[in-house]
Each structure stands twice: as C-alpha cells, then as structure tokens.
Design a protein around this ligand. Structure first.
Ligand SMILES: [Zn+2]
Length: 89
C-alpha cells in the first residue's frame, strides 16, 4: 500500500482537478491552469465518509435486532396459547 503524498482538489475558479502536496494543506496555493490562488484544503474533493451512514447502519441493525426479539416473543405467546400453563396460586 502506497502512502499518499498528494491529494486531489478541485480549483474553485476553473473547476479543474489539481494534485496538491499534503505539505501544502491549509496554505494558499496557485492553480497551475488559471492562476487563481486558493486555500488547499482536503475537502470537498476527498470528503470523509459521512457519519450519517454509520448512524443509519446502527439504526438498521437495532431495528433488525428488535424485530427478531419481537418474533421470538410472538413464538413464545403462540406456544403458551397452545400449551396452557397452570396459574400459580
Ligand atoms: Zn484553476
């Protein structure tokens, strides 16, 4: 696995993708195509995976878990209906 020493950033002026060295992160760089100066930031050209996706996944997992618990409860109820239990006194 190669270590990335550059990242892609879209020029806000001409829209071209520029390869910028990571050392220049947060510093002003000049576009080689149109000459406009802008701050080299690692977004939004290479955005991090959105946190919402992870939250959605966790909610989906929880819903699947709850659905399975409900199913087990329903099976248990059906079993009790078919097999009446003596009432404790
Ligand atoms: Zn440009």
């Amino acid at each position: 696995m190669s270590y990335a020493t550059t990242f892609l950033k879209q020029c806000p002026s001409c829209g071209r993708r520029l390869e910028i060295r990571v050392q220049y992160l947060g510093r002003n760089v000049q576009c080689t195509h149109c000459g406009s100066i802008f701050t080299a930031s690692n977004s939004p050209a290479n955005p991090l995976p959105p946190q919402d996706t992870l939250v959605d996944q966790a909610i989906r997992d929880a819903e699947i878990y709850l659905a399975s618990v409900e199913e087990i409860n329903q099976v248990g109820l059906a079993w009790r209906e078919q097999h009446p239990q003596p009432i404790a006194e």
